[in-house]
Design a protein around this ligand. Structure first.
Ligand SMILES: Cc1cc2nc3c(=O)[nH]c(=O)nc-3n(C[C@H](O)[C@H](O)[C@H](O)COP(=O)(O)O)c2cc1C
Length: 139
């Protein structure tokens, strides 16, 4: 099975750890969307998209990247790291984009990631040492 994973991990590299673990397990190609990739996806059986949750949704650049792809009939999984304990509806915007582009969502994963923004500065960050080995194993 030919698999490719696109990710953006701009804050602390939290999502990159998860993406690497998935790429290892699936023998997948791992591509940062910051490299402005232009890859023909017609050969791939499975495509993954992942980033941090920023402002209650996937990174806007990842959303734009996915919007520019043709995913007709493709099996797709989405993943993220986030600060908040619960995922809630954070994946919904990206899921909608994938489906609008013709993709079929076959899996989702999310886990906590270290965050030292806003109020968390006061306690020197939240979700310390996350993602950890367990998160990467589960991914
Ligand atoms: C600008 C910004 C906005 C964020 N917004 C949210 C949010 O809405 N909900 C949440 O749970 N975490 C939020 N976070 C925390 C990140 O999702 C978390 O730290 C993530 O693991 C960072 O992943 P990265 O290192 O791969 O970029 C935010 C972080 C930043 C820097």
């Amino acid at each position: 099975m030919k698999t490719i994973i696109f990710y953006r991990s701009s804050y602390r590299g939290n999502t990159l750890k998860i993406a690497e673990s998935m790429a290892d397990a699936l023998s997948a190609e791992l591509v940062s969307i910051d490299s402005n990739p232009s890859i023909d996806l017609s050969d791939y059986d499975l495509i993954g998209f992942g980033s941090a949750i920023n402002f209650a949704a996937h990174d806007i650049r990842l959303q734009r990247f996915v919007s520019s792809q043709n995913l007709k009939g493709k099996n797709v999984f989405v993943f993220s790291t986030r600060c908040r304990p619960f995922l809630g509806a954070y994946h919904k915007p990206l899921r909608k984009i994938v489906e609008a582009k013709g993709g079929i969502i076959v899996g989702e994963f999310s886990c906590r990631g270290f965050d030292r923004t806003g109020p968390w500065v006061l306690m020197d960050g939240y979700n310390k040492a996350r993602p950890n080995e367990r998160d990467m194993f589960k991914a």
